[in-house]
Design a protein around this ligand. Structure first.
Ligand SMILES: C[S@@+](CC[C@H](N)C(=O)[O-])C[C@H]1O[C@@H](n2cnc3c(N)ncnc32)[C@H](O)[C@@H]1O
Length: 255
């Protein structure tokens, strides 16, 4: 498919959907709505604040590509970073603007394509893209752009889904649906493929994360089996044995 047509489809898809919306009870865009999304996200992704020091970039210029409703970007901003967030989706950017204004944190938030950014070369200290490369039309182009706008010595932090991860296995064997399975693009990577994608960077480190935690979304027999047996048994296995099956591959690289 032609890249522009696909990009329009991706923007349209994400204009209609808000990541993790199904968990929120409060009206979309209310202060409580963002609090619910944030609480859910950092409960589900317990690893994230342990591996990304959101408060450790005071005075640094951070760009988030595909910032969605701004749930992670706010954390960088609250820690004193100078934050910029872009997303293909106007719905996402409008929500992120509301979230930042509730918290009285400044941010430059724009609808922009992460594969074709208007920022000058060597602008940012950190480029962050969590759960975005796998949903874009040309991930290699997004990485080239991230590299271009990073300052020399700047850090890229990204997350993609692990093709050999436990959740992909569940999806295939037990027909568990993956998040945004119906998105116009949903790619998965092996550790080697992700390393190859990050090859413009030096000192690349890939850390598999996101192991099973109790699901708040699955109910009935499926929910009971997953929450009781699967999560319970998985927890008993020593982490080094299952490490490579983490569903999220966190990638770090330096320009
Ligand atoms: C699964 S959501 C993740 C949102 C947020 N990063 C999070 O983790 O909650 C994927 C986001 O990537 C955005 N996206 C996809 N392709 C993009 C592109 N080429 N440029 C900018 N944003 C893009 C989508 O609009 C969507 O908001």
């Amino acid at each position: 498919m032609n890249n522009n047509k696909l990009k329009n489809e991706i923007a349209e898809y994400w204009n209609q959907r808000i990541h993790d919306l199904e968990i929120a009870k409060s009206p979309v865009g209310s202060r409580e709505f963002f609090e619910e999304l944030s609480e859910y996200r950092f409960d589900k992704l317990r690893y994230l604040p342990k591996i990304v020091d959101f408060a450790g970039f005071k005075g640094k210029k951070i760009l988030e590509i595909g910032c969605g409703a701004g749930i992670d970007l706010v954390e960088f901003g609250a820690g004193g970073a100078i934050v910029t967030g872009i997303d293909l989706s106007k719905t996402a950017i409008d929500l992120a603007k509301k979230y930042f204004s509730y918290l009285n944190i400044n941010a430059d938030l724009q609808v922009m394509d992460g594969e074709n950014m208007s920022f000058e070369d060597n602008t940012f200290d950190v480029v962050y893209a969590h759960g975005v490369l796998q949903y874009t039309a040309d991930a290699k182009k997004m990485i080239e752009e991230a590299f271009r706008v990073l300052k020399p010595g700047g850090i890229f932090i990204g997350m993609v889904y692990n093709r050999k991860g436990w959740l992909n296995f569940m999806a295939r064997v037990f027909k568990v649906s993956l998040e945004h399975q119906d998105a116009p693009v949903l790619d998965k990577y092996t550790i080697e493929e992700f390393r190859e994608l990050l090859s413009p960077f030096k000192n690349v480190k890939i850390v598999p994360e996101r192991f099973p935690v109790k699901s708040r979304l699955h109910h009935g027999l499926k929910g009971i089996l997953f929450n009781t047996f699967f999560v319970g048994i998985f927890k008993l296995i020593p982490r080094p044995l299952v490490k490579k099956w983490g569903w999220h591959l966190m990638g770090f690289g330096e320009k």
